[in-house]
Design a binder for this molecule. Sequence first.
Ligand code: MN
Length: 238
Amino acid sequence: MPAFALLPAMLTTLAVAGSAAVFPVNRVFCIGRNYRWSQDEAAPTEMPAWFMKPANAVVPAHGGLPYPPGTADFCHEIELVVAIGRGGSDIAATQVEAGHIWAYAAGLDLTRRDLQQQAKRAGGPWEPAKAFDHSAPCTALVPAAVSGHPKTGALWLAVNGVERQRADLSDLLWSVPELVAMLSRSVTLQPGDLIFTGTPAGVGPLQPGDVLTAGIAGIGQLTMTVTPTHSPLSGEIA
Ligand code: MN
């Protein structure tokens, strides 16, 4: 092993429900629109877009959630998160569940919506809108050996006790196996990769002091409080 010129950044990990072991987070893929946001929307004919967040955007989904810098429109998105246990490329959708998915969780794809709208207008990259510190809180992972592969079940999010998002996993436009298969045709998936599978209607802004509660039936629940100041990521030094 070579001598490192710097201390390497710490590996990001997530808790595993019912286990002392932690899950090593590799990469974070996020799926674009994957629920109907209105009854008028036509059924999609093309697979949704995807983008990425850095692994260290993943933080445990409890405690404080720092309001990020550079935005006046910090928005919540509740999403089913899929954790990859075995990687591969050109994975057949029929092989995804038994062969490649290790666990599920509830996650937040937090978004600086004003920067996303600016990026859409300018044709610019989405990273400023999506890939910021603390932008991917995630509950403890529930191994698929425990949860099975959920096809139905409510996902919901409330702010200060007022419900903002509610849908059912059966409302996903493209199924988890279809999404994993799609990604694997584009990149080689690896163990530790997380996939955020898109959010239903009802996304909206958060303010400092807001208490955010959310969950996915049978998978996990979370409570976080938006804190007024941005705090740098901890843990750069081992
Ligand atoms: Mn999203």
